[in-house]
Design a protein around this ligand. Structure first.
Ligand SMILES: [Fe+2]
Ligand SMILES: [Fe+2]
Length: 437
């Protein structure tokens, strides 16, 4: 303590303030990365599941501790030195260096929404709720790099007699399609030029719904299997197959913080998903470091008051589809989402109805072990959801996350893994014991 006093006594008031501020700020900023990792649902999952991310976060935090320690050592060995000399200057240089890591990290995170790679073509998105004729609410959404005003026209004839005009100039463009008629072909166009898109609504037939679901294309990944992606899209687009909707269960992109990956995804999907009602859900890769901003701009239009934007209850002909936001596991199962899901199940479904649940993260599945983490039966998900599934008569569950195709049954619930939309196939996996099924 005496040595600290001696050292600080030799500093001017200005030097003292500068010195203490640098130590405190660099320490707090560096340690706040750990806080960020544990409070941001996407990063928390990365931290828990991926070994090298955990190591990286620990190393960054260590830098935050190392600086004050080195500062202490320098104080001890330099107690008789003039503070304007080399040790003090070295200490300042070290402090500035330890500021670069957190400032760079937060600077990059904050700048992510501005790093756009270009316009995103239209998507025909399924939303929460139904219109007057029992057809789910939908929206056409697209994004322009420059602020623009657009005129959207649509209708059940090629004349497209309904017009929606944007009142302000913006990047994000979404147009609500409500009260659609069943079994009807609609046409739409943007600014009365270029392509006339069309789609056909579901027929009004009780307990009938033909949809496709697949997951994990990982657009942007260099090791992806695009032949699989294209084959599935071809099947989806083929009118002979008559698919009425497409549900894509996450990991749309390899890295959610790279807009160029979203650009590739939107450009590849749009020719099909602008004409077949489409509902993607967020995966753990999509949300990485600020990826949620991109996701909201491209797939979560804010058009229906009080409706959630990341999870959905879509009803078609008495069949209920719940699309949940479960990325790595239950860390994204917020109190609001839980309350909404339980309330919807209780108030708006009957156990005799067909009820399907979709999410990115899996429940029961075979898998593999990576760096000590078991990528099979997800105990936290099983404990949280399977009692709810059984109690509420859920019939089928679909999820991705593992890049395999698998189907199994447990306690009357049918579990399907559909992660074969083009992400690098899991090459090694083992079968675990699935409950007592
Ligand atoms: Fe994946
Ligand atoms: Fe995943």
């Amino acid at each position: 303590m005496k040595k600290f006093k001696t050292f600080f006594a030799g500093l001017s008031k200005k030097q003292k303030i500068r010195y203490i501020s640098l130590i405190v700020i660099s320490f707090l900023l560096t340690e706040s990365i750990l806080l960020y990792a544990l409070t941001n649902s996407g990063v928390k999952g990365l931290f828990e599941w991926v070994d090298y991310v955990r190591t990286l976060v620990y190393l960054i935090c260590l830098v935050g501790f190392i600086f004050p320690v080195i500062a202490g050592i320098i104080i001890v060995i330099s107690q008789n030195m003039n503070p304007s000399k080399k040790p003090f200057k070295s200490l300042m240089a070290l402090a500035i260096f330890s500021l670069v890591i957190p400032v760079g990290f937060y600077g990059y995170t904050v700048s992510i929404p501005a790093q756009r790679s270009g316009d995103k073509p239209p998507q025909l998105l399924l939303l929460n709720g139904s219109g007057a004729n029992g057809i789910p609410n939908m929206a056409v959404s697209f994004w322009t790099k420059e602020d623009t005003n657009n005129i959207f026209t649509y209708g059940s004839t090629v004349e497209m007699d309904i017009e929606i005009i944007e009142v302000s100039s913006q990047n994000k463009h979404s147009f609500l399609l409500r009260d659609l008629e069943p079994n009807t072909t609609y046409y739409y166009q943007i600014n009365s030029i270029g392509k006339i898109y069309n789609f056909t609504t579901m027929p009004n037939l009780e307990n009938t719904y033909k949809f496709m679901t697949s997951s994990d294309p990982h657009f942007g990944a260099s090791n992806a299997n695009r032949t699989a992606t294209n084959n599935i899209l071809d099947q989806l687009a083929d009118p002979v197959n008559g698919y009425q909707s497409f549900y894509m269960l996450g990991d749309m992109v390899e890295y959610g913080n790279f807009d160029m990956h979203y650009k590739e995804a939107c450009d590849t999907l749009s020719p099909v998903t602008s004409q077949i009602p489409f509902r993607p859900v967020i995966g753990n890769h999509d949300i990485m470091f600020g990826g949620h901003t991109y996701w909201e701009d491209y797939f979560s239009p804010d058009l229906i008051e009080d409706a959630p934007r990341d999870y959905f209850h879509i009803e078609v002909n008495g069949i209920h589809i719940f699309v949940l936001d479960l990325e790595w596991g239950t860390e994204s199962y917020t109190k609001a989402q839980k309350a909404w899901f339980e309330n919807e199940l209780e108030k708006n479904t009957d156990p005799d109805d067909w009820i399907l649940v979709m999410s990115h993260c899996f429940y029961y599945v075979s898998g593999y072990n990576v760096d000590g983490s078991d990528w099979w039966d997800h105990q936290e998900m099983i404990d949280t959801f399977t009692p709810v599934f059984i109690e509420n008569g859920i019939d089928m569950v679909f999820s991705g996350h593992n890049h395999i195709f698998e189907r199994l049954e447990n306690n009357g619930v049918n579990y399907n893994i559909v992660g074969a939309f083009g992400g690098h196939p899991d090459t090694y996996y083992e079968y675990s014991v699935v409950g007592q099924a």
